[in-house]
Design a binder for this molecule. Structure first.
Ligand code: FEO
Length: 177
């Protein structure tokens, strides 16, 4: 059975993952507004990943006999001047997510909840990747600057991303949710 403090932390993080998805969906809309369909695609895939993160946590709480309680999702920003600003915000946001996941792992250890500590390792590794990817795009956008040819090339690269459900979610779905 999940300790109440751990359950509260999961419920808060499920909300935060959904909020993350909302931010990225808003960025997808802004990329569309800027005429960058590749950026729109990339952010839409990121939105799907965040929903997957929320579902993985949702499933874990239920597995541990906990109760998921959904809260209101904060309204995301809608306007950014360019792709660089969006990826800079994505990076700052992901650093915040990392800190939250680390706090959850610390709480799990305090509670001697080693199952949850083990569960969170996937998210800890995932956050390393999330930050690295955002940093990479920030560098690329800085290099491209305002050059149309550079931005065109970047947009093509962003358009190549495809969504693949993360392994834990594939397992959850195979087991019937
Ligand atoms: Fe679910 Fe982007 O962290």
């Amino acid at each position: 059975m999940l300790d109440k403090r751990m359950q509260d932390a999961f419920n808060s993080q499920i909300n935060w993952e959904l909020y993350s998805g909302y931010i990225y969906l808003s960025m997808a809309s802004k990329f569309a507004d800027l005429g960058m369909s590749g950026g729109q695609n990339w952010m839409t895939v990121q939105y799907q990943e965040e929903l997957a993160h929320a579902r993985i946590m949702f499933s874990y709480v239920l597995t541990r006999g906990g109760r998921v309680l959904l809260e209101a999702i904060e309204k995301p920003e809608a306007e950014w001047p360019n792709g660089l600003a969006m990826f800079e915000e994505a990076l700052a946001h992901e650093e915040g997510v990392t800190a939250r996941i680390h706090d959850m792992a610390t709480l799990a250890l305090e509670l001697k909840d080693h199952a949850t500590y083990n569960f969170l390792q996937w998210f800890i590794a995932e956050q390393v990747e999330e930050e690295e990817t955002a940093m990479d795009w920030v560098s690329k956008f800085k290099m491209a600057g305002d050059h149309p040819a550079g931005l065109y090339q970047l947009d093509k690269e962003l358009g190549a991303r495809t969504y693949a459900p993360p392994t834990p979610l594939v397992e959850i779905d195979a087991a019937g949710g």
